[in-house]
Design a protein around this ligand. Sequence first.
Ligand code: ADP
Length: 358
Amino acid sequence: MAYLTLKNVNKIYPNGYHAVHNFNLEIERGEFVVFVGPSGCGKSTTLRMIAGLEDISSGEFLIDGVRANEKGPREREIAMVFQSYALYPQMTVYDNIAFGLTLQGVDEDVIEDRVKKTAAILGLTDYLDRLPRALSGGQRQRVAIGRAIIRKVGVFLMDEPLSNLDAKQRVTMRYEIAQIHQETGATTIYVTHDQTEAMTLADRIVVMKDGYIQQVGTPYELYFQPENVFVAGFIGEPPMNFIRGKVQNGFLMFGENRLDLSRRQDGMAKYEGKEVVFGFRPEAIQLGLQDGAYQIHSQVELTEMLGDNTNIYVTSGDARAILKVDSHDTPATDIPLDFSIPLQSVYLFDGETEKVIR
Ligand code: ADP
């Protein structure tokens, strides 16, 4: 049986706004699950329902198979880390980390032992006497995490914990969060709008949009087997390229290109005269005209050097795309560029439903 279960969970706020629709998910013990999606898609609302900070309008939330809808936050054995660290400014790092245990009246010796172990995991041993204002943003976030993990609860919830850090600190903290998870093995649900954080941290990702789950899967599944245009475009950086067009005699035509769609996919006849979306990832292309691949003629508009890789912005007729190549292969701008997409790297989506065509 799954550790946490959400069954047809809905959230309708008192003002009538339906923020989460029929959310279904099972989470195993020890899993690291990330909710990802654009701002306003219902990630925090779902997390807050799991934490017990927000009522569940309909549906069920089960912990170890037992209905928990009516349980208060404390009874759920769940700890939460917020994006604002919410540390007590007048308390030392030690007291901030110890706070929850002190409240529970745990023995001083036990508290000291656990604070020391927690501080060691988080690299805070040398900072226990400091006040929060004498810490960097990353260190403060670690104290906030320490305060949550010291309680040794079953589930650990994090809502955009890295959003107040600068780009460099975010990468370091991301690594540390992954390490803490490895060490503690705690079941973790993590909310972010950042697909890189989701891809690097998650065992499984839940992609959300407008209050609906779009797809649940491992980072590998979401990248290689996206269910729809939204997931395909959300996961991956730069995002997948999409070329929209009507199927004419089995072909997709744009610029000087005429792509025989049946080479990629059987059963395209039923799409004759209908719109499809042809998708390929910027990094899945090869330069030049390769046999056994879709060959495309385009024009270079702009290049963007990123270090090891360069993004090439190309156009072909009305279609636009970004190609990601080794920087040593950077072409000049304003010249024609031929490239190829291996058949297995092409995705076709129904133009109307935007679902992948299988
Ligand atoms: P996310 O975490 O994905 O950014 P939220 O879960 O915070 O999204 O919000 C989902 C939607 O619910 C948003 O449109 C938001 O404006 C709305 N919402 C959040 N809280 C309330 C509330 N207390 N009352 C009404 N609507 C709310």
